[in-house]
Design a protein around this ligand. Sequence first.
Ligand code: NAD
Length: 467
Amino acid sequence: MPSSRPHHPPETEGERFAVIDPATGEAFDEAPDQRPDALDAVVARAHEAWRGWRADPAARATALRAAADTVEAAGADLAPLLTREQGKPLAESYAEITRTAARLRYFAELDPGPQPIVDGRPVRSEVRWRPLGPVAAIVPWNFPLQLAAAKFAPALAAGNTVVLKPSPFTPLATRLLGSVLSTALPEGVLTVVTGREPLGARLASHPGIRHVTFTGSVPTGRAVAAGAASSLARVTLELGGNDAAIVLDDVDVERIAERLFWAAFRNCGQVCMAVKRVYAPARLHPHVVEALAQRAKAAVVGAGLDPGTQLGPVNNAPQLARVERYTARALADGARAVAGGHRLDRPGYFFAPTILTDVPADSPVVTEEQFGPVLPVLAYRTVDEAVEAANSTGFGLGGSVWGTDLDRAEAVADRLECGTAWINHHAELSLAQPFAGIKDSGVGVAGGPWGLYGNLRPFVVHRPEET
Ligand code: NAD
């Protein structure tokens, strides 16, 4: 039965590590630095809890609905903590909590009922969907709660138990979330572990884990897949992106500029599916650059807890160094910063929203994932050239096409090699749709019923009509 523990994370013995507020660059709290050998007991408990959790789908759905309510009720505790450790504006933290609860509610209603196999034979044969066992969920720092829920909601709804590991840059809101959820879920069904590496590596390769669902960078994703191979656990990998937006020559620049700007700069550009490259027709290129630069200069950059802030800091020092490195290299390659181009002269990890023009197509800011508040705008001559450039990187997460003639825009979008293509939007996702990157952007499918089945295995029962 659910416990009635209060909403604060359990005390854990042992080492702790500092958690930094990116708006100041100063440590403001600590989290337990759990060692890899602590996972044996955690995974054993997840196995134990699995017996009861998998047994009763109706009770599970009820618990997940209750869990969604507790998350929403704890919003005033969760949101400021999330902003403090992640950096995002407070309103965006609240939105993330709403999306966390929405995922629990959505998956609570999905029912993977039995599916008859109809093939003309005189047998009754059907697929019954069964859970896998303890699932490891490993999550990055850009949307700690929402991405965690995108993993644990389908895994739990399918009847699995979960061991959740947040990034060491953002462990606190997730720990609090775990504590909040423990008031609605039975003991051991969802356990949050925090710690520095090799905690994640050990979790990914733990012999008691049956599915590793990971969101993060491509190199870590490869390491996770290699680790999971040792126990032959299933892997779902949601990895990096470098999404292109192709602006067509019939576009109304003023009409789309605001939406295009925020598709690139929301969460300080730290979105796997942010617009990371804009391709504009040569004739409109100066106009597109100017419209985006105006917005970059006007955006209110500040601490996420300050009212009015639109863009917070970059989340952490290595990420800030990465953004600086890509920008400096682009400028050295001949690019011009029409807005920004430098970090801000203030404490914390602030980088000015940056619009780059005259960027060589092979500069790493175009070909790789910089994951920050920087946007190169490139000119093209033909639509074929733009499509080829959009498809030319190793990533394949999302893409978008912007124009007035929607049929023409859709025909261009259809040529993008990625998991999701939008027209006059970017990164608008429904809970009911599949989410699957191609190439280096991922393996497996999350989202919608596909996300549920990603946490289930088919079990076939074959029975003749007569003895
Ligand atoms: P990261 O790969 O450095 O870390 C992700 C998680 O893996 C963290 O919890 C980290 O502690 C853990 N980890 C680190 N080393 C590990 C190892 N050897 N084994 C197992 N776990 C390990 O990524 P990040 O910097 O936290 O996040 C940014 C990246 O995440 C970007 O590449 C971004 O595109 C990607 N991302 C992808 C999606 C998506 O849905 N495709 C969504 C958000 C972010």
